[in-house]
Design a protein. Structure first.
Length: 111
Protein backbone atom coordinates (compact mmCIF):
# COMPACT_ATOMS: atom_id res chain seq x y z
CA UNK A 1 0.00 0.00 0.00
CA UNK A 2 2.82 2.40 0.82
CA UNK A 3 4.17 2.33 -2.73
CA UNK A 4 0.74 2.78 -4.32
CA UNK A 5 -0.06 5.72 -2.07
CA UNK A 6 3.20 7.45 -2.98
CA UNK A 7 2.92 6.61 -6.68
CA UNK A 8 -0.64 7.92 -6.96
CA UNK A 9 0.17 11.12 -5.05
CA UNK A 10 3.04 11.79 -7.45
CA UNK A 11 0.96 10.89 -10.54
CA UNK A 12 -1.50 13.60 -9.55
CA UNK A 13 1.31 16.05 -8.86
CA UNK A 14 0.38 16.47 -5.20
CA UNK A 15 2.89 17.47 -2.57
CA UNK A 16 2.41 16.26 0.98
CA UNK A 17 0.94 19.68 1.75
CA UNK A 18 -1.54 19.42 -1.14
CA UNK A 19 -2.72 16.02 0.06
CA UNK A 20 -2.83 17.24 3.66
CA UNK A 21 -5.07 20.12 2.59
CA UNK A 22 -7.39 17.81 0.66
CA UNK A 23 -7.66 15.20 3.40
CA UNK A 24 -7.40 17.34 6.54
CA UNK A 25 -4.59 15.03 7.70
CA UNK A 26 -1.17 16.22 8.82
CA UNK A 27 1.81 16.04 6.48
CA UNK A 28 3.68 13.92 9.02
CA UNK A 29 0.84 11.38 9.17
CA UNK A 30 0.79 11.14 5.37
CA UNK A 31 4.57 10.69 5.30
CA UNK A 32 4.32 7.91 7.88
CA UNK A 33 1.62 6.19 5.80
CA UNK A 34 3.92 6.29 2.76
CA UNK A 35 7.02 5.09 4.59
CA UNK A 36 5.30 2.40 6.62
CA UNK A 37 5.69 4.21 9.93
CA UNK A 38 1.95 3.70 10.39
CA UNK A 39 0.87 0.29 9.20
CA UNK A 40 -2.78 0.15 10.26
CA UNK A 41 -4.65 2.96 8.54
CA UNK A 42 -8.20 3.44 9.83
CA UNK A 43 -10.86 2.67 7.22
CA UNK A 44 -12.25 6.20 7.50
CA UNK A 45 -8.81 7.65 6.65
CA UNK A 46 -8.38 5.17 3.81
CA UNK A 47 -11.70 6.32 2.32
CA UNK A 48 -10.64 9.97 2.50
CA UNK A 49 -7.28 9.16 0.92
CA UNK A 50 -8.83 7.14 -1.90
CA UNK A 51 -11.21 9.99 -2.73
CA UNK A 52 -8.46 12.60 -2.67
CA UNK A 53 -6.25 10.38 -4.83
CA UNK A 54 -9.11 9.61 -7.23
CA UNK A 55 -8.86 5.87 -6.83
CA UNK A 56 -10.42 3.07 -4.82
CA UNK A 57 -9.34 1.92 -1.39
CA UNK A 58 -9.11 -1.59 -2.87
CA UNK A 59 -6.50 -0.39 -5.36
CA UNK A 60 -4.57 1.48 -2.66
CA UNK A 61 -4.49 -1.66 -0.52
CA UNK A 62 -3.31 -3.79 -3.46
CA UNK A 63 -6.48 -5.87 -3.55
CA UNK A 64 -7.50 -4.64 -7.00
CA UNK A 65 -5.41 -3.89 -10.07
CA UNK A 66 -7.91 -1.39 -11.50
CA UNK A 67 -7.07 2.14 -10.49
CA UNK A 68 -10.47 3.53 -11.52
CA UNK A 69 -12.77 4.98 -8.93
CA UNK A 70 -16.30 3.85 -8.28
CA UNK A 71 -19.10 6.10 -9.50
CA UNK A 72 -19.67 7.31 -5.93
CA UNK A 73 -16.03 8.30 -5.57
CA UNK A 74 -16.01 9.98 -8.98
CA UNK A 75 -18.81 12.27 -7.81
CA UNK A 76 -16.43 13.63 -5.19
CA UNK A 77 -13.53 14.08 -7.62
CA UNK A 78 -14.90 17.38 -8.88
CA UNK A 79 -15.19 18.63 -5.33
CA UNK A 80 -11.57 17.78 -4.53
CA UNK A 81 -10.28 19.38 -7.75
CA UNK A 82 -12.35 22.50 -7.09
CA UNK A 83 -11.19 22.72 -3.49
CA UNK A 84 -7.54 22.39 -4.55
CA UNK A 85 -7.96 25.04 -7.23
CA UNK A 86 -9.60 27.55 -4.88
CA UNK A 87 -7.30 27.12 -1.88
CA UNK A 88 -4.79 29.82 -2.91
CA UNK A 89 -7.55 32.44 -2.96
CA UNK A 90 -8.57 32.09 0.70
CA UNK A 91 -12.17 33.01 -0.06
CA UNK A 92 -14.35 34.84 2.41
CA UNK A 93 -17.79 33.48 3.23
CA UNK A 94 -19.27 36.19 1.00
CA UNK A 95 -17.03 35.14 -1.91
CA UNK A 96 -17.99 31.49 -1.39
CA UNK A 97 -21.71 32.40 -1.43
CA UNK A 98 -21.20 34.33 -4.66
CA UNK A 99 -19.43 31.39 -6.32
CA UNK A 100 -22.16 28.99 -5.21
CA UNK A 101 -24.73 31.30 -6.82
CA UNK A 102 -22.68 31.32 -10.04
CA UNK A 103 -22.50 27.50 -10.03
CA UNK A 104 -26.24 27.23 -9.41
CA UNK A 105 -27.01 29.63 -12.27
CA UNK A 106 -24.66 27.72 -14.57
CA UNK A 107 -26.25 24.39 -13.66
CA UNK A 108 -29.78 25.73 -14.27
CA UNK A 109 -28.69 27.13 -17.63
CA UNK A 110 -27.34 23.74 -18.70
CA UNK A 111 -30.30 21.61 -17.59
Amino acid sequence: MMERLKRRRKELGYSYQDLANLTQMSKSTLQRYETGGIKNIPLSKLDVLSQALETSREWLMGWDEKKETSSASRQNDGFFRLKKGLEPYQLSEEDADFLIAVFEAHKQKNT
